[in-house]
Design a protein around this ligand. Structure first.
Ligand code: PA5
Ligand code: NI
Length: 193
């Protein structure tokens, strides 16, 4: 990490400079895909790589901006597209910006108050995720990586536990070869947990 202005390029979705490379495989998504049988069957075939994150390291304090590249690979678990775990920010009142560089996808979002939104990600589109909105990237392409650049406040932190416990209200499933947004039958309102 350097405290001097820097630039980096992005070559085939990979930053030319980065500090951390995080990989997440099927096994970290236990309970997150709607079709548990399809999930178990997929895992029995192997612990496939679902997504990767390249991070530029910065101090995790207010005033800093954490940034990097997220790559969700194409694939399905049953009818459900490969996706990220998704999270609220631990510091709920913090936002995030995504800029889509390649692929096709959707960002599934919701607030603790029960609002939800799903926005398309396409190359050249910018998505603003306001404070309070949990977010999960879904790759709706069958053959291309979904590549996004993200930036969020240094003090945001991650709350994965809430989504692990309740899921997202909405699922993105492939129906007749196309993405469809459906209610998650396993979603539990915070009050029911
Ligand atoms: O900051 C973000 O929201 C992204 O960088 C995500 O962390 C990234 O897409 C991976 O998703 P998750 O952190 O939910 O595993
Ligand atoms: Ni985030």
């Amino acid at each position: 990490m350097q405290d001097y202005p820097y630039t980096f390029g992005i070559s085939e979705g990979i930053p030319t400079h980065y500090d951390n490379h995080i990989t997440r495989t099927l096994s970290v998504m236990a309970g997150q895909f709607a079709d548990q049988g399809a999930y178990d069957a997929a895992l029995a075939e192997g612990d496939e790589l679902l997504y990767e994150v390249y991070e530029l390291k910065r101090p995790e304090v207010a005033g800093e901006l954490l940034h990097g590249i997220s790559i969700v690979h194409p694939g399905l678990v049953g009818d459900e597209y490969f996706m990220t775990k998704g999270h609220f920010h631990a510091e709920l009142e913090t936002a995030e910006v995504y800029y889509c560089l390649a692929g096709e996808g959707m960002m599934v979002m919701e607030t603790p108050e029960g609002d939800w939104a799903v926005e398309e990600l396409r190359p050249g589109r910018v998505l603003y995720v306001p404070p309070r909105w949990a977010h999960r990237s879904v790759n709706t392409s069958r053959n291309q990586d979904l590549v996004t650049f993200f930036v969020y406040p240094g003090d945001a932190g991650h709350d994965y536990g809430t989504i692990e416990a309740q899921g997202f209200r909405k699922l993105v499933l492939q129906k007749d070869g196309r993405p469809q947004i459906l209610d998650n039958p396993h979603w539990r309102a915070p009050a029911e947990r």
